[in-house]
Write a protein that binds this ligand. Structure first.
Ligand code: PLP
Length: 305
């Protein structure tokens, strides 16, 4: 197995992150002192929802889209957020101000069902109201992967059917994805490429997945994968810029034979894929990925100017 592992969340080291303040239910505390109860529903059961967002020039990129997804999934599991979008914006601002952060910041906003009175599953045992935690770090994605590309391995762990644990929940419990990532790592790759229950290529354990064939961009139908904010922005950008884009079923044969492949996610924007299951993808030239990356960068800049 290679020791030169990468993740799509590789960031440049920033010493300032050693002393950041974390928001815990309205308090701002040094990261070493930021704690939740061992009875917390998130710790015990993974019973919570989260969002990853980025701050540029004092503006949270695509805040409305992230909040749409967050409030929708909290509603679906009867998790009372306890505040509205303006309240969340205030909490984010308070955290950013406490840390003197204005740009190149990554945030993980987490909400759980709160502290339980007994160490059991039933949601009615969570009686304190939700626990909200906001971790913000100074964060610039490492650039090494842009030339090299990430290595994927197809893994035995598949995406679930929506009536088991819908993949559209950005839930604290990510065990399905964690198992996929472990399998990829054991196969000597950086991240796992996951199939849907029918065997079509779906997504990776942490990002959405796209291929490029003869200038056209393909991604899964959107069933079984996270409804990624970045995924949708890429599809919209393709449509607005006359790049052929298809949400469709396709197999590993199509992926191995692609001219280019890339991942999308809030953190890394678009990350090129170098190889899948040891097979190099294309010839290393990635004109369509580069164009989409440039268009996305312009979009973020326009949104956060
Ligand atoms: C499994 C999975 N896929 C994809 C994504 C990317 O979504 P987004 O573009 O909204 O960051 C995430 C991020 O939370 C994820 O957890």
């Amino acid at each position: 197995m290679s020791t030169d592992t990468h993740t799509t969340h590789d960031a440049e080291d920033d010493a300032r992150n050693r002393n950041i303040k974390i928001y815990v239910n309205g308090d701002l505390v040094h990261r070493d002192d930021a704690k939740v109860s061992v009875y917390d529903s998130g710790f015990m059961l993974g019973d919570g929802m989260w969002e990853g967002m980025r701050l540029y020039n004092g503006t949270w990129a695509f805040f409305d889209e992230h909040m749409d997804r967050f409030f929708e999934s909290c509603k679906a599991v009867s998790l009372d957020v306890g505040m509205d979008r303006a309240g969340i914006m205030d909490a984010l601002q308070k955290t950013a101000d406490a840390n003197g952060m204005t740009t190149d910041v990554h945030c993980r906003l987490m909400l759980t069902r709160g502290v339980k009175v007994k160490p059991f599953q039933h949601p009615s045992l969570s009686r304190t109201g939700p626990t909200m935690v906001i971790i913000m770090e100074h964060s610039k994605p490492a650039t090494a992967l842009q030339s090299k590309g990430i290595r994927l391995a197809t893994v035995p762990q598949v995406r679930g059917l929506p009536m088991s644990q819908d993949a559209k929940y950005n839930s604290h419990s990510k065990l399905n994805c964690v198992i996929a990532c472990l399998q990829a790592e054991q196969a000597g790759a950086d991240e796992g490429l996951m199939l849907d229950p029918h065997g079509f290529v779906n997504t990776t354990n942490a990002c959405n997945f796209f291929i490029v064939r003869k200038g056209a961009v393909w991604t899964s139908t959107g069933d079984y994968c996270m409804n990624g904010v970045t995924r949708q922005k890429v599809i919209d950008l393709c449509r607005a810029n006359e790049i052929d884009v298809h949400e469709r079923n396709y197999s590993l044969v199509d992926a191995y034979g692609a001219d280019e492949a890339f991942l999308t996610g809030t953190f890394g924007a678009q990350t090129p894929v170098g190889e899948i299951d040891g097979k190099p993808i294309g010839d290393g030239n990635r004109p369509v990925t580069a164009r989409i990356r440039a268009l996305y960068k312009e979009l973020v800049e326009a949104h956060t100017a």
